[in-house]
Write a protein that binds this ligand. Sequence first.
Ligand SMILES: C[S@@+](CC[C@H](N)C(=O)[O-])C[C@H]1O[C@@H](n2cnc3c(N)ncnc32)[C@H](O)[C@@H]1O
Length: 235
Amino acid sequence: MRKQQKIWELEHQHSTSLPTLASKKPSSFVIKFLRYLRSKSLHFPLKTVDVGSGKGRNAIYLAKEGYSVYAIGYIQFTLDIIGKEAKRQDCERNIHLYKNAIDRKWPFRNNFFDLAIDCFSSIDIETRKGRIIYKTELLRTLKPGGYALVTVVSANDEIERGLMKKYPGKEKNSVIWPHNGKFQKNYDERELRDFYKEFQILKLQENKKRAFKLGKNYIATNYWMILRKPLAELL
Ligand SMILES: C[S@@+](CC[C@H](N)C(=O)[O-])C[C@H]1O[C@@H](n2cnc3c(N)ncnc32)[C@H](O)[C@@H]1O
């Protein structure tokens, strides 16, 4: 098992650093994304990939809202948790579980998904090469005109700024968390615009909100983006 995967297995077992990930409440960014989508005339059931689905706070929420959710993760017991919760909440038919690294080829055909969410997941891919594979798979599997929500931690985030200074990773704006060795890629706006340049960037906003992370209550700074895969004639 790769080191970062082991670190995530422990985090999902004990919820030491990021307890909100174990919450049953969806991310506020997912709620904002749905608000955005409601203004478009999209028709259900929308096939949605939840990239790095964690313990499923977003996947279950979307499934209950009627989306057909394909959750990808590389830790089996978290997928089992999602399966059980889907049964408990009676939305099993809308949940499809895939054990797959998000930085390896995804087991879906081209132009399969209407929507995608990457809620703080690809920032945990340890290599740029791996993040490029994730992005290529995102682009390949979304339908032309499909939308993606991507959230990342800003390089301006108070906690991350301090950590990056003391415990920098090899890449720009990256960090190795000292207590568990977890790699994280943080972003500034220019890097995001460059990395996602194959997509139309419909929204890119810095957002500040109260959060609890690494034992501290603080104001977290993140970016949230809405991307769209260009229509076929533009590709
Ligand atoms: C910060 S958590 C976010 C989880 C979920 N998106 C949420 O918002 O609750 C990052 C997730 O990405 C997963 N992850 C990180 N790198 C991955 C990889 N290469 N392949 C599959 N999953 C990965 C971790 O296991 C973890 O569940």
